[in-house]
Design a protein around this ligand. Sequence first.
Ligand SMILES: [Zn+2]
Length: 176
Amino acid sequence: MMAVTKKLRFEVFKRDGFKCAYCGRTPPSVTLEADHIDPKSKGGKDDINNLITACFDCNRGKTNIPLNVIPETLLKNLEILKEKESQIREYRKYIKKIDNRINKDVEVISQIYSDNYPDWLLTDRFKSLSLKRFIKHLPLSEVKDAMERAINRFPDDSNSVIKYFCGIYWNKIRGD
Ligand SMILES: [Zn+2]
């Protein structure tokens, strides 16, 4: 029986946010596997649409095979360990990639502000707390739009702009 390739497995993990579909746990507390929705024994394919992220425990629970009858040779343990290490690595990369994107977007907004108020800079605290949060919750275009609206409203007041900008964000979150 051909196993799911590593590439396909990680595509499934990425799609599912590296979370077990059954219990919601993520590495490193669990080792993930790609579980066939339609079992292979019943003709299920090694296709991304037929695969779902499941942790080792949840995947075993579904098989009706008691854990203690699954042969765990030393080699298999080593394989699991290697897989786990590579999942932790990939998970960190995935998180880092998202974080890098958010940081880039923070700089885009920060640039719009400093283009309009050359003598002022957004504080690191505002950038890392408020702005990051806004960008996580709203599309960049909406955050940009909020900053531009605030600047148009207070072209000469670099402080009121921030308050107004935050106000727009909260209204959007509440669904104004
Ligand atoms: Zn699980």
